[in-house]
Design a protein around this ligand. Sequence first.
Ligand SMILES: Nc1nc2c(ncn2[C@@H]2O[C@H](COP(=O)(O)OP(=O)(O)OP(=O)(O)O)[C@@H](O)[C@H]2O)c(=O)[nH]1
Ligand SMILES: [Mg+2]
Length: 580
Amino acid sequence: MSVTMTHLQNNLQTAVTHLAQHPATAPLADRLNALQGRLTTGRFHLAVLGQFKRGKSTLLNAFLGEPLLPTGIVPVTAIPSLIVYGPTRQARIFFHEGAPKSVDLDQLAAYITEAANPHNQLGVARVEVQHPAPLLARGVALIDTPGIGSTLTHNTETTLDFLTEVDAALFLVSADPPLTAVELDFLQAVRQRVKRLFFLLNKVDYLTPDEQQESLRFLENTLRQQAALDGDLQIFPVSARLALEAQLRQDKNAWVDSGMAAVVARLEDFLQTEKQATLQTAIATKAGETIREALQLLHTERRALTMPLEELQQKRCAFQDALTAARRQRQQAADMLQGDQRRMVERINQLAAALRAEAERELWPVVATAVATTTNLDEAEELAQRRLADATETFFSARYAPFSQRLQTEVTTLFATYANQADALVNDLRRLAADLFVFEFVPLSPDEPPARLQTPYWTRSAIMGGLGLPISPNVWERMLPAATRKRRILNRVQPLVAALALRNTEHLRWAVVQNTQQALRQFQMHLDARWHETIEATAQVLETAVTQRQEHAAASAPSLAELDQFVDTLQTLAQALSGL
Ligand SMILES: Nc1nc2c(ncn2[C@@H]2O[C@H](COP(=O)(O)OP(=O)(O)OP(=O)(O)O)[C@@H](O)[C@H]2O)c(=O)[nH]1
Ligand SMILES: [Mg+2]
């Protein structure tokens, strides 16, 4: 762990302990706690992704230096497993319902393999394994995922659902067979969610040096042309199997030959430069601000305890009046936000309806042309369905990202307006408190509310969705004139066009509506928390001071001395954080 990281964690811990002990600042301790949580569990999630049987679990075993995760020649991994740093080897199983359970590592297979836990009948949500491997000590969680694209489609779904939790990924392919269409589809879905990808060509022990070069060239070209990847595209050739063997024999040369030394070096460099720095700076800044906020509450409290009681009561009234007006404005803003949310859902529905109509317009001619131009009427219906499937895929794969990006822009703009209003309201009251109780006013920096919409992914199954109709031109139909037969075929395929257009737009619409509503709930919660931690807390400080003063004629000396000491501690902490 880096020096900065240790300092930051220590400072945060000290601040949490202090803030939690004082009534006025206790809610701010919760905020710091959350930041601390992000720093520790803000563990970097590095997943291994790929089609079934590409060697994902074997690769992770090579990282760990022992055959810990089950591997095999049939689809094996059924549950995502997070491997995190821990001094002892053990696993915790988390279920969709009920309490988690600790088990020995040799029992892992009973929970995470398709054979022992078919269709996840045990209801396992995820598994967390602790292991002392050095790479993990850098605050990275390695994640084994179920392979996609096998006949066990629930495994694909599990992995797709898990993508939101992935920060960066090793995308594993191998040469036999080379990159498939399913993998390319999957890669598209992954790229919408995961910003940083490393490509690994596994099982190179099967290849001669020439074949390996050819494979790498093919992979690079395919990625550039079909997945539109550009820039520096580094693909690491590795043999996970040889790497694991090298680890077990502790053979350094064989480890280098397996290609894994290069992968680990790249990952370490990446974790060092890109990951930690960003996370730490963000957290130190936020923590500094939280502490300054606490200082403002303490200044208010200190003045309230020392000014003449009559003056304090006047100032409390002035603050209360402003607070009542501000609470009304907040309520109005919350109502307007609800209204805007309803309007946004209506807009999403309109956009989806337009997309559906456009899909039908574009897809129908594909079917009509296929039937009109075919020379073999016996195969016309099947041909029309195939062309329709391809055209549907092309149409929707091009539309998904722009559709949700457009809404992302709208949501971000909408939230920015409300966040600015809320910032202004909070700062007005803070300024008033500063004026009334005579201390320097430092405005809170503009808030960055959570506004991320998740981009929905499309899958072939959502696109095709088992809508194909049985095709068996019967003997009777074969005797009809060609024009009549064509008309009958078109009549049968037409509902399929409408159904595919509906099903796909509905899939997209539903995902976007859910995302928008969730983003909005988070946003409102975020605004509420900020308001309570600053403004309602100030009001509370004044109430308490008045009560305290009425009960004892003057503020007691020890309580003032304690406050002063608290202020000193927080000032030192704020300074330490700004230096990180
Ligand atoms: N020759 C060779 N075989 C490998 C290599 N890596 C993995 N394998 C073999 O490939 C098969 C599949 O490996 P797994 O690690 O289970 O693959 P997976 O991607 O985790 O599979 P799922 O969990 O089912 O998606 C096993 O028989 C491994 O021994 C390699 O580098 N070279
Ligand atoms: Mg596996």
